[in-house]
Design a protein around this ligand. Structure first.
Ligand code: URA
Length: 236
């Protein structure tokens, strides 16, 4: 999801369907307000949450929304799907429109899924430079050995994307269960990493993203809005 920060004259032009040249005159005559204040500077940067008004007409008034969902197995991380129920359909009605997913989970994975309408926040969360830890509990078909710990820490080369995975932490919790911490999220990354050992993943559950931990009170399919501290834990 692209960040929607941009120039005020462009926003007014698009939202009010007025040519950019005419917007300049509107601005200079003091007819445009941003967050309640008259703004005459067309270079002024605004985003999708700036309150923008032309005379008495509200051109934009969005509120940022941040939701955590306990994604159940069998529900697809998408906004639309012809075959499966989507995570959006699990949300309360007032949250169903305009949210996007910040870091998908596979159809047969479960756990913490974050959704928002704030593209700057989700970009920061998923940015490779921010290296936000994502912690997963993984259940395997075959027993784990200490070789896995070293292989995950060293990184694995994926020829398809021509990348080596960043060092990942693997802790063996019991012979068939590991806790894996990734700083990135490549396509089917965990399944592919265990695939190197020909060890199929039986269950994959995301426990946390950075300081945001899946709320134990949430049953699969339930969601809640994030607290101010959880939102602020992702640095924009
Ligand atoms: N890695 C996977 O293979 N699947 C997920 O859903 C998340 C991480």
């Amino acid at each position: 999801m692209q960040s929607k920060r941009g120039r005020l004259d462009r926003y007014v032009s698009v939202k009010a369907n007025i040519p950019r040249k005419s917007v300049r005159d509107l601005l200079l005559s003091g007819r445009v307000r941003v967050d309640g204040e008259i703004v005459k500077d067309m270079d002024r940067q605004v985003d999708e949450f700036s309150h923008i008004q032309l005379d008495d007409q509200i051109l934009q008034a969005n509120t940022p929304v941040y939701v955590m969902l306990h994604k159940p197995v069998g529900v697809v991380s998408a906004t639309k799907d012809n075959q499966h129920k989507t995570v959006i359909e699990l949300l309360a009605c007032e949250h169903r429109h305009g949210l996007h997913i910040a870091g998908r989970l596979d159809l047969n994975s479960s756990g913490l899924l974050l959704l928002t309408n704030d593209s700057r926040w989700s970009e920061a969360l998923m940015s490779p430079t921010q290296k936000v830890d994502k912690v997963y509990r993984v259940t395997l078909t075959n027993p784990l050995t200490h070789e896995y710990i070293t292989a995950f820490a060293d990184g694995m080369y994926f020829g398809f994307e021509e990348i080596t995975t960043q060092p990942a932490k693997l802790v063996i919790l019991d012979p068939h269960v590991a806790e894996v911490t990734l700083k990135e999220g490549k396509y089917h990354q965990i399944k592919r990493m265990f695939g190197r050992f020909r060890n199929p993943v039986m269950g994959l559950h995301r426990l946390s993203i950075g300081d945001i931990v899946l709320d134990e009170q949430l049953q699969p399919g339930e969601s809640r809005t994030l607290t101010a501290a959880e939102i602020a834990s992702i640095k924009i």
